[in-house]
Design a protein around this ligand. Structure first.
Ligand code: 26Q
Length: 819
């Protein structure tokens, strides 16, 4: 009785209604007739949790008893999206809940929208983590996701006069029904102080860290239900709380106000997600966040997940930690410290264990995105860890000198310690040295990682490097976000595709079936109407009917080249208003942008402003006869993506080749029947190879061409001079046409393109415009278009995150599902 979980409520409408009303009464303290929508939503969430609870408890018991290897996914971000629908789907309760609520006079749709999505991530990397934990649960792999419970997630974006203004994301304000706080299992995390040597009982010289302050890390557990398989894994997010010891010390000194301030200081650690997604600022609080969650996670796993007395020499048999980029890399010296200082391991023993426990995924190629922590800061915050890092580096450099005698330049290049502009630790190098495996996130990216970012390391350890191409979960991004397409697919090939996405291949023959094409096109049309309804209600935006829906949604970044998309639009507009073409020549098209800019990223914010200004002008221009529209709904997030992507005709994946590590939005669009216009970059390369050249609109320079042009010297001004249409386009912006006559409002954006254009938008402009014309040609033949979109769906099953997980299991983790 003590170890057996309670039973679940009955899996039928009656059982559901009883449980729901019980939750409404006992949890919310209201009767049905007096309940608010929020009460009802919270009671519904509790009800669903109650159905999942027994499976969650059983999963924990079963996994512990089996003593198998667990995957510990260490990620500073999880961009989860709304939980309700996913939980209903995984527990097969969607229909029961809908009927049960109806009996209570409640529309499930009204409750769904009550949920504020947990936006605990910036973009691709955080969403990838969320897809991966979904797939691990669905594939019955024992795993724990570890991360941070930010009190404020990614900011809410608003526009004021077309400029981005950030508002705090108060996702916890109306209650957090999906989390289980466990203050009794809090662990301490230490900071600061100094290290000292001492002799242990055996007279052995040892080191200990004497920290100067600490915080409590309180775990908040979230259910991660597998799809219809009875497994419910755990996502454990840490929240910072001031410790008793911490404020007692100050209370004793009699300074109440100071004590409360100190409390605030400690609790700042998990207060807010840093909204920077590519340029680490070297902020102290950010390093505190990283160490905070990693130290708590290692402590938690070692002390609470392993059985008491477990011999840590065997740790690699029981855990493999995946480092999601360099953000959690401080875990490496932390594990070394635990083994050496707390468990008496000698250095080599500790290194042997540590090496085997970590693998590292890199998500970038941009040099400015690689984290370098100043040694001054590390030494102040984590003095023992800095010592250990120096020692790891010394050992590593002696290996380098042994392997390449006399090559001192090489040793300096490979050192984890950089000397300029200040002394700092290159976290990617530390991760690469410590990890058993290092992977990029798409084939091209993994190749460039070997050749350009870490070439010396890949010569030293060629077998350490591997690729795992990203993927997305078909449960959220097809089944839940596109119910009509899902129904059509299941009708046609059965439901097996949801856990075996390659079975979408079976749709291929239907591309030539006019009846199927008609149904497929009807799904797309219905999804467009669904989007139209949403944007009207959410943003007061009116989408015209019958337009090609051209969508570019992703973080705003120069390398992603939203400006290139904008130049295309302005060019079409310019040609019409100057009479070069007539509006009737335009393919009716609506361009949808969705993008947040990092609050401190000036160029990105100016680009948002420019897009909004161009939108205002273009949308109001009678000359265009309603044939070109721009919609830029604010606050693009997972929830909006779920309605937007299934409605799209055209997916914009137009980064400069060699810059986008993978992209995952690109996969979601293809799987939902959009065609891609894209460069030879990231996972686009693999998408195009799978769907075939005829069904993918490739344009622009490839990576070798980009490199060559960079080496030769790129001059954007000459593109401008040589291309009259490009010139007219930029000149129109410079004339103040979009800025109420202000000729300088967009100088930063335009002169940057003209003089620098680091991401070569002008060089790819003509190719892009020409390829857009090919898009329009295909779109004019709706039968051919639909055929291509069906083939995109049928041929992109490879991009399931289940497949990504299988690749990690085989190439990196060397473990397997439990059943
Ligand atoms: C680091 C230090 C300090 C502050 C912030 C950060 C930080 C936070 C988030 C740095 C980077 C990120 C996020 C990066 C990211 O999302 N990268 C994307 O990862 C996707 C999943 O692999 C890829 O598909 C995208 O190509 C890549 O851009």
């Amino acid at each position: 009785l003590a170890t057996a979980p309670v039973g679940s409520p009955s899996h039928n409408v009656d059982g559901f209604v009883r449980e729901f009303l019980h939750e409404l009464n006992t949890n919310q303290g209201v009767t049905l007739s007096a309940s608010s929508l929020n009460d009802q939503y919270l009671a519904l969430a509790s009800t669903v949790k109650n159905y999942l609870m027994a499976r969650w408890l059983e999963t924990g018991l079963k996994t512990r008893a089996a003593k198998v290897k667990t995957v510990g996914y260490l990620s500073a971000e999880y961009l989860l999206g709304r939980q309700l629908d996913n939980a209903l789907l995984a527990s097969d309760l969607a229909d029961i809940a809908e009927k049960g609520l109806e009996l209570c006079g409640i529309d499930l749709a009204d409750l769904r929208v009550q949920e504020v999505e947990p936006g605990l991530g910036n973009g691709g990397l955080g969403r990838l983590a969320a897809c991966f934990i979904d797939s691990l649960a669905t594939m019955d792999v024992p795993s724990i996701g570890y991360g941070i419970r930010y009190e404020y997630g990614i900011f809410r974006q608003t526009f004021v006069d077309g400029r981005q203004v950030e508002q705090p994301d108060t996702w916890l304000a109306l209650g957090a029904p999906w989390e289980f706080p466990h203050p009794e299992s809090a662990v301490q995390v230490h900071f600061g102080g100094h290290t000292e040597r001492y002799a242990d009982d055996g007279g052995q010289e040892r080191t200990r860290w004497v920290p100067s302050w600490n915080v409590l890390a309180v775990p908040y557990n979230y259910m991660v239900p597998g799809y219809l398989n009875g497994r419910v894994n755990t996502l454990r997010l840490w929240s910072a709380q001031a410790t008793k010891a911490f404020d007692l010390q100050i209370f004793n000194s009699g300074d109440y106000a100071q004590a409360v301030r100190a409390q605030t200081f400690a609790e700042n650690i998990s207060k807010v997600l840093y909204p920077e997604d590519s340029t680490p600022q070297g902020k102290e609080l950010r390093l505190q966040q990283q160490y905070f969650f990693v130290a708590a996670s290692l402590r938690d796993f070692i002390d609470h997940e392993l059985e008491p007395g477990f011999d840590l020499h065997r740790l690699p048999e029981r855990i493999t930690f995946q480092l999601n980029d360099t953000h959690p890399v401080i875990a490496v010296p932390e594990l070394m410290r635990i083994l050496i200082d707390e468990h008496g391991f000698d250095w080599d023993e500790a290194w042997e264990v540590t090496r085997q426990c970590f693998d590292y995924t890199c998500h970038t190629l941009l040099p400015e995105a690689l984290e370098v922590w100043p040694t001054e800061l590390l030494g102040r915050l984590l003095p023992r860890h800095l010592e250990i890092i120096f020692q790891i580096n010394d050992q590593f450099l002696s290996l380098v000198r042994q392997t390449y005698p006399g090559d001192e330049m090489l040793a300096r290049r490979m050192s984890m310690i950089s000397e300029h502009p200040e002394r700092g630790v290159r976290m990617a190098f530390l991760a690469t040295v410590a990890a058993s495996r290092v992977n990029g996130v798409a084939e091209l990216h993994s190749q460039l990682l070997r050749d350009k970012v870490l070439p010396d390391f890949s010569s030293l350890w060629p077998e350490k490097f591997t690729n795992v191409t990203n993927g997305v979960t078909p449960r959220r991004f097809v089944r839940l976000s596109n119910p009509l397409l899902s129904e059509l697919i299941t009708d046609t090939i059965g439901a097996g595709w949801l856990t075996d996405l390659e079975r979408l291949k079976e749709l291929e023959p239907y591309a030539d079936d006019p009846q199927f094409r008609e149904r497929f096109a009807a799904v797309k049309a219905a999804n467009k109407h669904r989007l139209t309804d949403l944007l009207r209600a959410r943003d007061g935006i009116d989408l015209p009917d019958g337009h090609l829906l051209d969508v570019m949604v992703k973080r705003l970044h120069e390398y992603k080249r939203q400006s290139l998309k904008l130049l295309h639009i302005v060019s079409l507009y310019e040609q019409v208003i100057s009479g070069k073409i007539s509006a009737a020549d335009l393919t009716p098209r609506t361009v949808v942008f969705g993008a947040k800019a990092a609050p401190g990223y000036r160029m990105a914010k100016d680009t948002i402003h420019l897009i909004n200004k161009v939108a205002a002008k273009v949308n109001a221009a009678p000359e265009l006869e309603e044939r070109l529209k721009i919609a830029f709904p604010a606050n693009y997030n997972v929830t909006l993506a779920e309605t937007l992507i299934p409605a799209a005709d055209l997916s914009e994946q137009i980064s400069l080749a060699g810059m986008e590590a993978s992209g995952t939005g690109n996969m979601k669009f293809a799987l939902n029947g959009a065609l891609t216009i894209g460069t030879d970059d990231g996972a686009n390369v693999e998408i195009r190879r799978l769907v075939g050249d005829k069904h993918f609109f490739l344009f622009g320079m490839d990576e070798p061409a980009v490199s060559a042009l960079g080496a030769k010297g790129y001059n954007p001004g000459s593109c401008y001079e040589a291309n009259p249409q490009l010139k007219a386009t930029l000149d129109l912006i410079l004339s103040g046409h979009f800025s109420d006559g202000d000729r300088h409002l967009f100088d930063s954006v335009v002169y940057n393109l003209l003089n620098q254009d680091r991401f070569m938008a002008l060089a790819d402009f003509q190719a892009y415009v020409d390829t857009q014309a090919k898009v329009e040609e295909r779109y004019a033949d709706q039968e051919a278009w639909t055929r291509s979109t069906i083939l995109n769906v049928a041929r992109t099953g490879y991009f399931s995150s289940d497949r990504s997980m299988r690749d990690y299991l085989q190439r990196i983790w060397h473990t397997s599902p439990m059943l």
